[in-house]
Design a protein around this ligand. Structure first.
Ligand code: AMP
Ligand code: ZN
Length: 113
């Protein structure tokens, strides 16, 4: 498996991991777009959001709950933050292992680029 995020999840490639459990891993984005920028990934390889099935409903909800808890722990839950999942080419997806971006620590703009 040549997937870079699978390698982070199984420890083959190092990352600054801030949270992990049996289903997900959260780590610092290598190229942060905000003062706080983390990625939450499932350990299960799913290439894109399009690959979610009914089997993954609980996993997808868990990813969101982990993002929320990280935001609370970092002290940005009240000031606010943004979660993003880019899907495929038009969505701007670069790494084809499902990941939830958690960005905070600055004012976000809308619409996104
Ligand atoms: P996306 O465009 O949604 O696919 O985002 C991919 C993200 O993964 C980008 O924000 C990259 O900076 C980040 N990224 C790529 N490689 C690594 C890595 N080895 N460790 C941490 N983040 C990474
Ligand atoms: Zn993968």
């Amino acid at each position: 498996m040549s997937c870079i995020f699978c390698k982070i999840a199984n420890g083959e490639i190092s990352a600054k991991i801030i949270y992990q459990d049996e289903r997900v891993v959260a780590f610092n984005d290598l190229s942060p777009q905000a003062p706080q920028h983390y990625l939450i990934i499932p350990r299960k390889h799913l290439a894109t959001l399009n690959d979610l099935t009914n089997e993954d409903v609980e996993l997808a909800g868990h990813m969101l709950c982990v993002a929320k808890q990280i935001a609370i722990d970092l002290g940005i839950a009240e000031t606010g933050y943004r979660t993003v999942i880019n899907c495929n080419s038009d969505g701007g997806q670069a790494v084809y292992h499902l990941h939830l971006h958690l960005l905070g620590g600055r004012q976000m703009e809308w619409p996104p680029g």
